[in-house]
Design a binder for this molecule. Structure first.
Ligand SMILES: [Zn+2]
Length: 194
């Protein structure tokens, strides 16, 4: 069995399988390689280029994320192995050789945060949909001074594709009720009847 830490290290530093927009597995370059590809938007890749004509020569968001990860990775590595020798990939791969349980848990969490932040940066999700309908739990339709809809629905996956309903989640900002998985079927039904 592969540990969570080993999985994160693998995604960050090696070509790996990921779930594509249609749910089928796709082979992707390492997350670090994808992030480096985003640093220079004109060199291909990169999600966050400005669309209003004036393209920056480098994607500063990607540069800063890469620098943050490199800085923390080398700091952890220094603490563990008393050296910062090696490429960023080598440094992170060496984390997978750590055996002390507390360090393993800690590094699994940190590497997971890096993987998530790269993924969110490269593949931003659409914001949750606001539903202009009363909450099936508390009956409130709009709340707050701005009178914003209480109900929001997340139905977007990677690449802004709509997820299958079983992976949706809905929430009410007024009463805090949440619906996910099989509850979504009930939730959608309740809205239709309202
Ligand atoms: Zn509610």
């Amino acid at each position: 069995m592969t540990s969570i830490l080993a999985q994160h290290v693998h995604q960050l530093t090696r070509t790996h399988l990921a779930t594509g927009p249609d749910g089928a597995p796709v082979e992707r370059p390492s997350l670090l390689e994808q992030l480096r590809g985003a640093v220079k938007p004109d060199a291909g890749g990169g999600a966050a280029g400005s669309s209003d004509g004036a393209r920056l020569p480098v994607d500063v968001g990607a540069v800063s994320l890469l620098q943050d990860i490199e800085r923390s990775a080398r700091a952890e590595h220094q603490e563990l192995f008393e050296t910062q020798h090696g490429t960023l990939e080598q440094v992170i791969q060496r984390f997978a050789t750590v055996t002390h349980p507390e360090w393993v848990d800690y590094l699994a969490r940190v590497t997971g945060e890096w993987a998530t932040s790269i993924d969110r940066y490269l593949r931003p999700r659409k914001p949750r949909r606001r539903l202009h309908q009363p909450c099936p739990a508390c009956g409130v339709k709009y709340h707050g001074e701005e009178r914003t809809p209480t109900l929001t629905l997340n139905c977007w996956g990677e690449d802004e594709e709509t997820l299958p309903p079983a992976e949706w989640d809905a929430a009410c900002g007024a009463c805090g009720a949440e619906w996910r998985g099989e509850e979504i079927t009930w939730f959608v039904g309740a809205l239709r009847c309202a």
